[in-house]
Ligand binder design. Structure first.
Ligand SMILES: Cc1cc2nc3c(=O)[nH]c(=O)nc-3n(C[C@H](O)[C@H](O)[C@H](O)COP(=O)(O)OP(=O)(O)OC[C@H]3O[C@@H](n4cnc5c(N)ncnc54)[C@H](O)[C@@H]3O)c2cc1C
Length: 418
């Protein structure tokens, strides 16, 4: 094979499309341990809750692999990368590659919890997880979700849609603490409680309790309390999946290290997506930035480079959105920045649960938070991405009539035509 891609998700598909932009004839194989045609991972909670049907889960049409002349090899893991021999091993067979992309994504982090192994306990990162959880939920009434981050709360929404009583247990003192500032977390917590979710903060699971037949009966917390449950979801976090890359001995820290062409420390091996760390253009550090659009763009850039056309990946910044039953929330960039060098403008309304905050540094927007009022988040994200000088209209940024109309004319024309 001229190109072998491991991972059939955002980064892997981006790579196929990047390669074909440059090379229309080279042979490509895409390998995944998941058996499915490429699908949108962010939709699994909607699938769980019955909001999205099977046929709407797919990221690309059924004809994708044929259209792009790609050989899909789905349902088996790659177990070894032999960097010196330029081969990967899948289902006991060695496949030779010219260029290799590792796009193995993230793995759920599961801390040691007594009695965790067994039925009715789920992680929540794959379509099959959502399918299994949906099946278990058919005969369940109560769920405990361990972890009040983005994935835990998405699972919570799905379970609420199925009519379950949900308790969320979060070790931090607030939900979504890694993607929202305190104020936004508070609003989100209030909203969750209004939906009937029991929120326990500052505590975590010590043990899963099971009856004589092994069925889950609840969770005992480190603080000593017990929460009754029929199913448990462990959603503490996701870490870069570097297990396979380790077999090729590529350099890694928190994620696989890549250069600006997305190449690893091993010749002809590239990496992209949730398994890597890349440059955060706002925070000026290298770190994993595990969101779908970043993974796709990294994969596409890696593909173009693999096909021989040099293209630098400049980096990206964090952006997260979550909507749980009517409370849309978006955070962009350095939502949590504090210090004399930052100017913070914010506005909130407790009754309508709305909150808007922007963070400005050197007259440039570096972060924003929107809760329950996200209409102009796209314009704001563009200003952050392009580091536009906002001095002339900064006080309009959080006003209700913020939009292109408040921009100076020249900037308005430039933004509308870009
Ligand atoms: C529940 C949930 C909700 C999310 N919501 C959002 C959202 O709203 N917005 C957003 O931007 N992002 C969201 N994300 C994050 C987003 O899904 C990821 O950033 C994105 O999927 C990363 O793409 P990737 O291609 O790097 O890796 P992944 O999508 O993780 O895919 C990697 C693939 O490689 C496979 N693989 C791993 N090891 C091997 C091996 N050895 N051999 C073969 N195959 C292997 C994996 O099984 C997997 O199929 C969400 C994630 C989850 C779990």
């Amino acid at each position: 094979m001229d190109y072998v891609i491991i991972g059939n998700s955002a980064a892997g598909i981006g790579a196929v499309e990047g390669i074909r932009q440059v090379d229309q004839t080279g042979s490509i194989a895409i390998i995944s341990d998941e058996p499915h045609h490429t699908y949108s991972r962010p939709l699994i909670s909607y699938y769980l809750g019955g909001k999205v049907e099977q046929h709407n889960m797919y990221f690309r049409p059924k004809t994708f692999y044929r259209d792009y002349d790609v050989e899909p090899m789905l349902g088996n893991p790659v177990t070894v990368i032999d960097a010196a021999g330029h081969t990967v091993t899948v289902a006991g067979k060695k496949i030779k590659y010219g260029k290799l992309l590792v796009a193995t994504g993230g793995s759920p982090f599961v801390p040691p919890i007594e009695n965790l192994a067994g039925s009715d306990v789920f992680t929540f990162t794959k379509w099959d997880d959502a399918k299994a959880l949906a099946k278990a939920a058919e005969k369940a009434e109560r769920a405990v979700v361990i972890g009040g981050g983005l994935i835990g709360l998405k699972a919570t929404e799905g379970l609420l849609n199925l009519g379950l009583n949900v308790t969320v247990v979060e070790l931090a003192d607030r939900v979504l603490s890694t993607i929202l500032d305190e104020k936004a977390s508070q609003i989100f917590g209030t909203h969750l409680k209004s939906l009937g979710v029991t929120l326990i903060t500052g505590d975590t699971a010590a043990a899963v309790n099971r009856d004589g037949e092994g069925s889950v009966t609840g969770v005992t917390l480190k603080g000593g309390n017990t929460v009754e449950a029929d199913v448990v979801v462990v959603a503490i976090g996701v870490v870069p999946n570097t297990v396979l890359a380790d077999t090729a001995k590529v350099k890694k820290e928190r994620g696989i290290i890549v250069d600006e062409h997305l190449m690893t420390s091993a010749k002809d091996i590239y990496a992209a997506g949730d398994c890597v760390e890349t440059f955060d253009i706002l925070r000026h550090i290298r770190r994993p930035q595990p969101i779908w659009p970043n993974a796709y763009e990294q994969g596409r850039t890696a593909g173009i480079n693999m096909a021989g056309q040099p293209l630098a990946y400049k980096g990206s910044f964090g952006m997260n959105s979550i909507e749980v039953k009517g409370l849309p929330t978006i955070t962009v960039g350095m939502y949590d920045a504090v210090g004399p060098e930052y100017e913070i403008l914010a506005k909130s309304d407790a009754e309508s649960l709305t909150y808007k905050k922007v963070i400005i540094h050197n007259d440039r927007l570096v972060g924003a938070v929107f809760v329950n009022d996200i209409d102009r988040a796209g314009i704001m994200t563009g200003l952050i991405k392009d580091q536009v000088n906002v001095k002339a209209f900064k006080h309009d940024l959080i006003s209700d009539n913020f939009g292109y109309a408040v921009f100076p004319e020249a900037l308005r024309k430039e933004r509308l035509s870009s």
